[in-house]
Write a protein that binds this ligand. Structure first.
Ligand code: AMP
Length: 151
């Protein structure tokens, strides 16, 4: 099934309490969703999430855990190849660990040779535009086989 028509079936997806529009989603599988970031710490910073709404990693089933981490590995590789960088893989698992969206998610954060990571700056940054996020997600979408399983 073409990716466009697959994503068109899903108008929004709930990330915690946030409605994520389809244009932000670049990966959609039975148990996993990948989305671009509204306030990336560095260019190419994306999120890979369980599709089911759970707050913590420990709330996932074994199958969901395996599917999540297999997708993280796949997305990580694509981002590194595309952006010519290496990445930090981060999880803020729980409020005391800095989690602000109570839907489990894995951050894939590109790191560049020039050390462009600047967390403070990103906190102050304005949310990105629909056009920018949509363009990034559609470029990434081409690298991932999407499951046709839609509940
Ligand atoms: P954390 O602080 O670990 O819970 O991470 C939450 C992440 O969600 C941050 O990287 C935010 O920039 C990101 N985020 C919040 N709202 C949205 C949104 N509407 N679309 C995409 N990413 C979002």
């Amino acid at each position: 099934m073409a990716q466009k028509s697959l994503l068109a079936n899903v108008f929004t997806w709930k990330f915690g309490t946030i409605d994520i529009p389809a244009y932000e989603i670049f990966l959609l599988r039975k148990n996993v969703v990948g989305l671009v970031n509204i306030k990336p710490i560095t260019p190419g910073h994306v999120l890979v999430c369980p599709r089911r709404s759970v707050a913590r990693l420990q709330d996932l089933t074994e199958i969901e855990t395996v599917d999540l981490w297999l997708s993280v590995t796949e997305v990580h590789k694509v981002i590194e190849d595309l952006l010519k960088c290496t990445c930090s893989i981060a999880v803020q698992d729980g409020p005391d660990a800095g989690q602000t969206v109570m839907h489990a998610h894995i951050h894939i954060v590109p790191q560049f040779k020039d050390g462009s990571l600047n967390v403070t700056e990103s906190e102050e940054r304005e949310p990105r535009s629909e056009a920018e996020m949509s363009e990034e997600a559609s470029r990434l979408r081409e690298y991932f086989e999407q499951s046709t399983y839609i509940q």
